[in-house]
Structures are given as structure tokens and as C-alpha cells.
Design a protein around this ligand. Sequence first.
Ligand code: ARG
Ligand code: ZN
Length: 477
Amino acid sequence: MSARSRFARAGLGVLGAACALTLFAGTAGAAVGQPGADSIGDPYYPGAGNGGYDVAHYDIRLTYQPATDQLAGTTTILARTTQDLSSFNLDFLLKVSSVRVNNAPAQFSQADGELVVRPAASLAKNTDVTVVVRYADVPSTVEHDGYTSWVRTADGALAVDEPNSAPWWFPSNNHPLDKATYDVSVAVPDDVSALSNGTLVRTSKDIAGWTRWSWRSTQPQATYLAFLVVGKYDIHSGTAPNGQPFLTAYGADLGASTDAAKASVQRTPEILDFLSDQFGAYPFEAQGGVVSTGLGFALETQTRPVYSDRFFLRGSNTSVVVHENAHQWFGDSVSVHGWRDIWLNEGFASYAEWLWSEAEGEGTAQQLADYIYDYYPADHEFWQVLPGDPGPENQFDDAVYDRGALTLQALRNAVGDEAFFTIIRTWVAEHRYGNGTIEQFVALAEKISGKPLYDLFQTWLFTKGKPADSAAVGVSS
Ligand code: ARG
Ligand code: ZN
């Protein structure tokens, strides 16, 4: 269909919707509906997520040209309505050219990170809906709140960020409360790779000079854990000892850190085995990692973390591999209910590093806890950030990680190893592929240990200042 006829039909659709509303409003059986909320209601990020529907699946099909940073294609969303809807929102920043809802052109508008979609006909509660969004833009030029999380590199780009990367590459219900499965298929010039989550289903060459990379992630996945990395990468793919696909990719420009990166990230299957012993079975269907010079941090992107090369500049670093892979349990499988619950991610992934150290004979968790506790004097601002409610500006402050891990050491000391690991494993099992709050974790810890733990968590997560030494080692009287 030509662009002109597409817009002509969109115009008709809008008229049709207006007529339907006038003719059938108040008539029995007509689903007139209300606009879906423009927020999922997370006080840390009021713009994040939307109301009125629940996404089941994203099918993201794109073409990316690194030379110009042109990203174009469609995202098809399979969702189910949770109310009668006259309109609904998606979170998206790139320029949209058309939206179809249940195969009919829909009216839409874009402002301030929200794509507002008004279907030709209202949507009834508890029905399946198919939304196709067509778009094209240059993501590195699209700023929101003064930044773009899309990183353009010499030969490609990265969409890897927390809490927000999706709005720069696909329209979504952008909040961990609404998880979905993914097919990500991206065509790029033959001399670069396009990497994403899960299993590489196939690569295909449909037109000369271009290769299409098709990935599939089959377990519920939060939007911030979906990623796209394009560029020149040295790819190693094989099978992990447990039979799962194991795919790693090292930037062709890593230089002297290449071997240290490989000596760390190639140990992912061993590290996942270790973590499975601690926390229960690995929740996902594939394993791996991507190491890139294009970012300054690491992120626990589902099934395949992405690491900055900076972690490997001075030699191997299994701690960061343990940290990002521990997030597969804490963050990816069990996701925050709201972003305030970030301790459930970072405190636990940091504590997993201590468990690994203990197993490797490089210092027990207690020794590492004592070191951190003594490192920060009582008047240090470190003790002023509350891991249990750090605020969006301090979501990734050291306190969330280190005081967060100290909290778990305090818990372990208070309840003993057996109860501690039962609490952790039960938490992971009960919230698998879902969400959890800090309050739910505290309640579970009290239930399993049979001990009152309110004061311990109050002291460690929700009270400014350096806890007294006895609380540091979790001695409860
Ligand atoms: N969850 C990541 C980690 O492994 C934190 C990334 C935060 N940095 C960022 N720029 N968003 O700790
Ligand atoms: Zn982390």
C-alpha cells in the first residue's frame, strides 16, 4: 500500500471511530470505554508504563543502518485489555508513521514520550488486541529529559540501559510490572552483527549486502532487560554443559582486554551452575554475554548480560559476571514491583559476589562485609542513602549495592545459614517470572525464620546513619 492510501485510510478510521461513538454511546453491548492511564503508577517514574492492557508478546522487526543511525521497521504488540478502552498509551520516543489496531488503521499522537493510540473502534475489556506500530528515526538525535540512552558507536549502536532503553527502539508498556516474551529481528549490513536476548533462531540474507538476525526470548522479560547491540563482534556460539545455547560476543575493538574479557565471560556456564546451587535452577533458556567498548557499565540483559570493556582492562573479573548473572534470578526472573524496590536487585546481586568469593577461597562474605562496614566512617554520606527507598536519583548509588549486601549479611547472621538460604530460595521460587516488593521479602523472612526482623530491616534499609556494630554483624538479642 502506498503511503498516500495508508494515510487516507487512517483518516477514514478516525471518522469511523467518531461515528461509532455518537451512534452507539449508551447502547447495550457497545464498549465505549475510557482512555487507558498514561502511567502504571510508579512514583519514581510517573511517565513509565501505562494502564488498561497487559502485553503478552513483542515482535520487533527492524532495519538498522549504522552509517546514518537510521532505525526503521515495525513492532507488533500482542496484548490483552484489562478495561474497556477508547484509547491507550504506549511509551515511545521515535517518530511513528502509522498504527494499526486489530488490523484497522488507528489515530495516534505523540508527545513527551507517550504514544497515544485511538483505535477505530473501542476495545472491550478482557479481549486480545494486536497493535502494529510502524516507525523510522535517528535514535541518537532523540532526546528525552535531556538525554538519549541510545549509544551510537563507530560501527553500530547499543540500546542497553536501566531503567530506560526501550523508548529509543520499540514502543512498549515500559515498566517491569508488565513482562512479555520477545522476537527481535534486525537487518544490518553484512559486516556487522545484531545481537539481542535469548536464542539466535536464524540469520538470513534476503537482500544483497544485508543480514537479518532473528532472536527469541521465551520467558517473561521486562522492557529494560531487552537489548539491541549492533557492531563488529567476535561471536562464539556453542552449547553449555546443561545443553542450553551459550553465545558470547566480544567487540572487535577490545584490544588488550580481549583475553581478560574472555577469561571471565567464557566462565558463564560455570558461574550459572554455582548460582543455581545457591538460588535454585537457572530460570532462562539461553546463556551468554556481550562485551562492548560502547558503554561504561554492565547490565543484566535477560539471558545475556552486556558488559563494558572497562571491567576487564586490568585483568579478569569474575565478580561482574557473577553479579550480572545473579541478576537473572534477582531482577530478571523476580523483578521489582516498583523501582523503589531496587535493593531486591542490587543488594542481592552484590551479595552473590560475596558468596562466589567465599566459594573461591578469596574471602568469606563476613570478611567482605566487615571490610565494607569499616571502610565507610559514620559521617560518610554513604550512610545517608536508604537502600530501601533511595529515590530515583540514587537508584544505583553504592549504598544500594554495598549497604544492600550488608543487609543480607545481617539477615544471614540473625537467622543462620539454613534459614537464610531457605528464605532466598523460597523467594526466588514464589516470585519466579513475576514481581516482588521489599515488604513481601521481609514478611517471608519473618515467616521462614520465625523471628521478628522488622527492626533489622528498618535499621539497614530504612534508617539513615551507620548502624551500630552489633547490627553490622546481625547479632540480635
Ligand atoms: N543493574 C546494573 C548493574 O548491574 C546497573 C546499571 C546502572 N547504570 C546505568 N547507567 N543505568 O548494577
Ligand atoms: Zn547490579
